[in-house]
Structures are given as C-alpha cells and as structure tokens.
Design a protein around this ligand. Structure first.
Ligand SMILES: C[S@@+](CC[C@H](N)C(=O)[O-])C[C@H]1O[C@@H](n2cnc3c(N)ncnc32)[C@H](O)[C@@H]1O
Length: 239
C-alpha cells in the first residue's frame, strides 16, 4: 500500500495513474496503468500466484473440474508458473489433501521457470522440439496425461498473420502430443488467438474428444484476441 502511494497518485475518478512515467514509451505507460488498475494483479499478489493468469485456470477449473487429485498434468508454456501452482494444488501433487491420490505436474517453457515445490519444471526448453517432448515422456514414465494445458503464446512479431500462424503451430504441436500421451477421458485446454484457423483446429480436436468448446474466462482481458479451447473426454484415435 505504501509502495503504491509512493509510486502512484489516485485521480479523482478512482483510476490509479502511475507516477514517474517520464521517458517511458506510450505502450509501457499503458501497460503500467493497466497493471495498477487490474484487480486480478492485486489478487494474484495476495494469493501468492506468480501472475494473474492463475485466475483464468481457476475459473475454468471451477466450472469444468479439469484437475482432480491424482491427475497427471502437463503445463506447456508454464512460465512464470501460476498455472503449475494451481495444478500442484488441484492434482494434490503436494499431498496436501490427505487420503487422496497424489498427482504429478510437469511444466515446460522457453523461459527459465523458478522452482515450484512438487512440480517438475523444464525451463529454457521449446515444447515443439521432439527431444524436449522426450524429456516429458521420460518424466511421465508409465503415467498417461489426464490434463494437458497450454497457455503458450509466441512472441508477437507485429505481423498479424504471422503471429496467428505461429500460435496455431504451437496448438497443433500440443494436440499431437496430447493424442499420443493422454489417458482415456483426458482433457486439453489450449490458448488460441481468434482467427479463421481456430475453427479448423476446433474441428480437428473434435475428432479425438467428445466435447470441445471455446471459452473466454472473465480474467482474460476483453480487449485481447485470446480465447481458450477446452476439449474433454479424450477418446483416442480409433473413433
Ligand atoms: C502467457 S505465458 C504463460 C503463463 C503461465 N500460464 C502462467 O500462468 O504462469 C506464455 C508462455 O508461453 C511460452 N512459450 C511460447 N512458446 C513456447 C514454446 N515453443 N515452448 C515452450 N514455451 C513457450 C512463453 O515463453 C511464455 O512464458
């Protein structure tokens, strides 16, 4: 609170405007203002989540019960780690729900990921590379995945069609891995950016799962093209 007072002034209509913006780019100024006025950012700090994204997964999980005790979860694009934090709790990978089966959480990201207790994290690794997927497989051992998450987003190039092509490539990479490694009835949750290719992707996912739907959780900013595809009821390839 004190820090906020030091760095911000509150305008009469209640919006927090950061001070010391001199010399900062307009986009940075907008980002800072948005962060300071975002209730999820504040809640994430209070609840010890590494970022506000946690609330997207929490909301989806609350509605669809994606992650249950004993589940094996793979989190693609895990950094900084809030989805893995949620997955550890909900899968009971930390053993905190006594008498319930213990799950397993594996996270992977291009970036470094600071350790999260009871999760196995592969930082500085590209999920799309076969050798890195082999590392996940080795970690899984005999286990199959019950829930695969992908919040992966490529670095925006600023060229719209290229950015969209890049995220769709990531989505297909996750789908292929999910098809090979999922347990019967497993779920898949992946981030997409709205574009024509998403409908094609959705149709392809429907070949392997009984229920597929597009979701925009309330923690997902309304001005962003971000959406999630949620697929449930993995039926495998013989359908
Ligand atoms: C929105 S962030 C994920 C936030 C995360 N769900 C959380 O709650 O902390 C997207 C992440 O996807 C990662 N990413 C993008 N492409 C990737 C790839 N090919 N392999 C692994 N991670 C990737 C980025 O490095 C970035 O950290």
């Amino acid at each position: 609170m004190l820090i906020r007072r030091l760095h911000s002034s509150i305008q009469s209509f209640g919006k927090i405007v950061p001070s010391n913006l001199k010399g900062k780019k307009k986009s940075s100024q907008e980002w800072l203002t948005r962060q300071l006025n975002d209730p999820y950012v504040e809640r994430a700090k209070i609840m010890n989540y590494r970022c506000r994204s946690a609330f997207k997964l929490l909301e989806i999980d609350q509605k669809y019960s994606l992650i249950k005790p004993g589940f094996t979860v793979v989190d693609c694009g895990a950094a900084p780690g809030s989805w893995s934090q949620v997955a550890v709790k909900h899968s009971n990978a930390d053993g905190s729900k006594q008498g319930m089966p213990k799950g397993m959480v594996i996270g992977i990201d291009l970036l470094q990921i600071y350790p999260i207790e009871h999760a196995t994290l592969f930082g500085n690794m590209d999920f799309t590379k076969p050798e890195n997927q082999d590392k996940i497989r080795a970690q899984l051992g005999e286990r199959r995945i019950d829930c695969i998450l992908s919040d992966m987003a490529p670095n925006a190039t600023g060229v719209r069609y290229l950015d969209q092509e890049n995220i769709i490539t990531l989505c297909y990479s996750v789908l292929r891995f999910a098809i090979l490694m999922s347990s019967p009835n497993a779920s898949l949750l992946m981030k997409v950016w709205d574009n024509a290719e998403v409908s094609v992707l959705e149709k392809n996912i429907q070949k392997y799962y009984t229920h597929v739907k597009r979701i925009k959780p309330s923690a997902s900013r309304s001005d962003s093209a971000e959406n999630f595809l949620l697929a449930r009821g993995f039926v495998g390839i013989e359908r």
